[in-house]
Ligand binder design. Structure first.
Ligand SMILES: NC(=O)c1ccc[n+]([C@@H]2O[C@H](COP(=O)([O-])OP(=O)(O)OC[C@H]3O[C@@H](n4cnc5c(N)ncnc54)[C@H](OP(=O)(O)O)[C@@H]3O)[C@@H](O)[C@H]2O)c1
Length: 240
């Protein structure tokens, strides 16, 4: 079985490389998902059976400033990869990493079958990527929400943003679980506890300062990204 991981230099991709040590892990220069011809050539040459698609333009600010690039990367790039895979391997298995931010994020506790309604353009492109994926068989959409392990890097953390957060390596391990079980459709990979970002940050930086979304200003950010799962099981933050 040949597994291909896109976005392998990113936060999640770096952890995915550890749990899929023999996977193909091209850099952006080796596989730019917005370059249709080269994507098809790469897929035809390497013949993956499984693609774990973690490449994306992930900055909400960046997507707002450059919506065309965000669309080409997050939506059309996903379509190009899928079409290339299915052309050479109709039974190929495709896993798309999506976000809790596809929901309105006003009430939280969203299940797999709740209605999406994203609040910013980045989240809209991730939702449109999901719609592309749903047109193909043997695919899985993973909605999740993660932060890197280690000391909270920002100095401040929101007291009014919430999620069922996991660490990036928890999510990589959980992706391996669902891939082994060959889940298809939509699954939420989430933590078993809802936390504010501030409470999450305090775990690694007891001196972190409080901030509110109003004080932060700027682009509209999803507020309550907490997820539940009706078809899998939640995970413990830090695996403990
Ligand atoms: N971070 C979260 O909390 C979170 C939550 C839910 C879902 N997700 C999803 O999880 C996935 C991974 O997120 P992440 O936090 O690991 O993001 P990340 O650190 O920004 O990694 C994304 C990777 O994709 C690469 N990339 C961008 N454009 C590309 C292109 N045209 N062709 C090939 N590669 C390209 C980036 O390269 P450059 O850095 O060189 O541009 C980067 O290495 C994304 O699909 C994201 O939407 C993230």
């Amino acid at each position: 079985m040949v597994t291909l991981i896109t976005g392998s230099e990113g936060r999640l991709g770096t952890e995915l490389k550890k749990v899929f040590p023999v996977a193909l892990v091209p850099t952006l220069n080796e596989l730019n998902i917005t370059d249709r011809d080269s994507v098809f050539k790469y897929i035809e040459k390497n013949k993956p059976d499984i693609i774990i698609h973690a490449a994306a333009m992930t900055s909400a600010e960046g997507c707002k400033k450059n919506p065309e690039k965000a669309w080409q990367t997050n939506v059309e790039g996903t379509r190009t990869l899928l079409k290339s895979l299915k052309k050479i391997n109709p039974d190929g298995y495709f896993i798309y990493i999506s976000t809790a931010g596809v929901f309105k994020c006003d009430r939280g506790n969203y299940g797999e079958d709740d209605c999406p309604n994203p609040v910013n353009f980045y989240c809209l492109t991730k939702l449109c990527g999901e719609v592309v994926v749903q047109d193909f068989d043997n695919t899985l959409i993973v909605r999740t929400n993660f932060v890197p392990k280690g000391k909270w890097p920002h100095g401040k953390a929101f007291i009014d943003r919430f999620g069922t957060y996991l660490y990036t390596d928890d999510v990589a391990g959980a992706i391996k679980d669902v891939v082994v079980h060959k889940l298809t459709g939509i699954v939420h990979i989430c933590g078993d506890k809802k936390l504010s970002m501030y409470d999450l940050a305090k775990l690694s930086d007891p001196k972190v300062e409080k901030i509110t979304l109003k004080e932060h200003g700027g682009i509209t950010l999803p507020k309550d990204m907490s997820l539940v799962t009706k078809i899998w099981h939640p995970y413990r933050l830090g695996g403990k």
